[in-house]
Ligand binder design. Sequence first.
Ligand code: PEP
Ligand code: MG
Length: 529
Amino acid sequence: MPEPLAPPSTEPLAGDAAEETQRVQTALAAVAAELSERGRTAGGEAQEVLEAASLMAQDPALADDIAGRIGQGTNGERAVHDAFDQFKTMLIALGGYMAERATDLDDVSQRVVARLRGVPAPGVPESDVPFILLARDLAPADTATLDLERTLALVTQDGGPTSHTAILARSKSITAVVGVEGLLAAVEDGTRVIVDAKTGLVALDPTDAEVEAATAEAETRAARADAPITDGALADGTKVPLLANVGRPEDAAKALELGAEGVGLFRTEFLFLDAKEAPSVASQTDSYTRMLQAFEGKKVVVRVLDAGADKPLAFLNDAEEENPALGLRGIRALRASEQILRDQLEALAAADAATNADLWVMAPMIANQEETEYFVALGREHGLKTVGAMAEVPSIAVLADQVMEAADFVSIGTNDLTQYTFAADRMLGTVASFQDPWHPAVLRLIQMLGEAGAAAGKPVGVCGEAAADPALAVVLVGLGVTTLSMSPAAFADVRAELLEHTLEQAKAKAAASLTATTAQGARDAAAAA
Ligand code: PEP
Ligand code: MG
């Protein structure tokens, strides 16, 4: 278990200020270099995260602030701690994406203090034997650079299933369970544990028989990962296309390698999290063209900018809101800044014209028929042929028949649909137990959408994390879902599970799970059916 460092003492500086300043500068430079080096080794998404952290350690304003504090008699460790803390407060006040970065400053500050003390940086301990890592939470840099040879699984006390840690862990295929209340108090270092990411259960001190069963299950999973890549289908041949959730054109190669039959969710806002100003039509056209080119002849569902709450964009969300998840986000924010939406649709149409993929476009957070009509009309005006709505707000399920009249398709975002069904913030560890798409309340809403889609002859996909849970994927198909979109790391498991069931069996499992009263009850009922 990684231990945080004790806070630096407030004792005044004992030695020479110039020497102490030099010592701190050396430590800052060493931490910056180490973070860059770790980024280069990790590559991809992790490299971006670590480069950003390295830049924080090289920030000249911070260095000046630290030197000033030392000049006034503060010891070096304390000066680093206080200067980073003040910088963090400033970033939080700026709000949005900068505020999200603020917690990464703690990690950098701790690394510098550790170097000054000559002790190892807090973080993932080194180990020669494979281990299961338990932690309060991990800095994104730690999750991104975990030694996959040795880390058998990851369990954290904080964070919800859609937190940064969970998403990075999934993208690297690390077995992870997050938001386990009371974890650190309950488990001693060296305890034998079983972690089952599929059910979210962590078993302490298991019996030998339990270990044997878990080992067998892990072997089945490994065999699945090696199975041939085929298109998604049930045992009776019913097609269930497996589509990829992607955030940038660079994600395409890996998705295709793992068998993506197309893209079911391109989260375009991921391209612009750092942008201060709305991106130009030309730069957007370039990104979308690259994505569409990679999927020539295949379907690509692009979501227009989903800004707000957990994904704030500086150029779209500038108002302070008490409850940003219930505020001007998704289609509501775009509608309030319609030119940004028009520019994006123009860029998408240009990319579509230049490529040969089958482009579908959808809007997040659509709540009713009127919003659907608004978005579909705007899409058509820009020449887009397939325009749909994401089902994330429960009202859309209640009004599913009306929405289906206006939309070409619906894609269910189970992460938000679950958060809004239970009024439980998806980012908050304290209410993480509500964030379970197996709950019959969520399944019944999905059933309403599936039935309305079938009646209208319109496709209904799922693109939330629920689609990546193999047992739930079968239930979703039984509820009328026609495509499944997920992080490509989940394809092998979902593909294998679908192949073991006919449509009749999937429907029986769905019917059984709908009558349960709890999420666990629904899991059990589906397994027994
Ligand atoms: C969802 O809400 O389920 C979804 C797919 O969108 P995001 O996770 O990006 O909010
Ligand atoms: Mg969403």
